[in-house]
Design a protein around this ligand. Sequence first.
Ligand code: NAD
Ligand code: TYD
Length: 352
Amino acid sequence: MKDKRLLITGGAGFIGSHVVRLFVNKYPEYQIYNLDKLTYAGNLENIADIQDAGNYEFIKGDIVDRSTVSTVFKDLNIDHVIHLAAESHVDRSIEDPMAFIETNIIGTMNLLDAARESWNADDGHLFYHVSTDEVYGSLGKDDKFLESTPYDPQSPYSASKASSDHLVRAYHNTYGLSVVISNCSNNYGSHQFPEKLIPLAINNIKNQQKIPIYGKGENIRDWLFVEDHAEAIDTIFHNGQKGETYNVGGNNEWTNIGLIQLLCSIMDTKLGRKDGESAELISFVKDRAGHDLRYAIDSSKLQSQLGWNPSLKFEEGLEKTVDWYLANDEWMSGVTSGSYKKYYEKQYGASE
Ligand code: NAD
Ligand code: TYD
């Protein structure tokens, strides 16, 4: 890969902002374009620190719009893509799947078509598709997701991501497009929109509001610090084998209730509350429809073949995350103004 005019999609979102920051700072010789529609989940504040970098340009645009995508490819001579733009929240996909079908499936196809039309197969280009472990479905108590685990998506979100993964592989097999895919477990860290469990709980604990836990809180997720995911994406982008898939995970399984209890105890200390005070806010609410029981990733292929390893222990990463949200009130106020209140009340009922 010699020329690196790199298109990153979804770079104003949670994971994308960490990926853009890493690439802009680490690779000053690359020209990085960030294409993002700025939906409710996209926020230029997330990457304000690199907005003036000489090797970076932001482009506001919708990947569902074919002509936008093809113009970006033609005008900017894009060499490589790291594709993160997506509708990403399971609960929203249950309420209204259409945006997921449009952005995650049609949007991905538009990018694939633009790449296919612009690139010669043997010119060292790469289309890197960032996906989720949720495409594999739900696990029982013991096993883990391998790259060879059959797809069995259960929510409209995961079905749309599975569909996009299949399209990426189909374009590799059919047209010889150079692709790589990674499927990652749940991320946590700074700049995550507070519709997801961890930032939602941090915000509610801080504001003495109830912490909604679906069902009995027994569902299990495998949590990875977002900056470790960004490092994995860097590793896979540079060293992954074309046509391959890599699972990315933290080997860090927590029940939702166990995680929230840990979070409450960290926040009691940070906020000077008495031990156990924040945990009194825990409130068990109606379960999510079709709620996947357990996700757990086996990332030994990525670790043994490409040498990536998660850097942080969960307790450490969670504490860093809490510190960031407590120090960034303005960010939280910004993203929870506008449509958030309406979303929250629809999802959880009016807050007290
Ligand atoms: P996010 O919702 O925080 O950000 C998504 C970004 O995509 C936003 O900036 C949004 O404005 C942009 N976007 C949405 N629709 C668009 C469109 N039509 N055109 C252009 N831009 C659009 O999502 P995230 O959590 O950062 O996830 C990023 C990617 O990583 C997604 O593909 C997701 O499936 C995948 N992933 C997420 C997790 C996780 O735990 N969050 C885990 C594994 C994989
Ligand atoms: P979430 O952060 O939405 O990620 P995902 O659904 O992609 O795993 O949810 C993580 C877990 O937390 C999941 O099991 C659902 C649960 N959850 C709650 O119990 N309460 C909540 O308010 C939210 C948003 C999630």
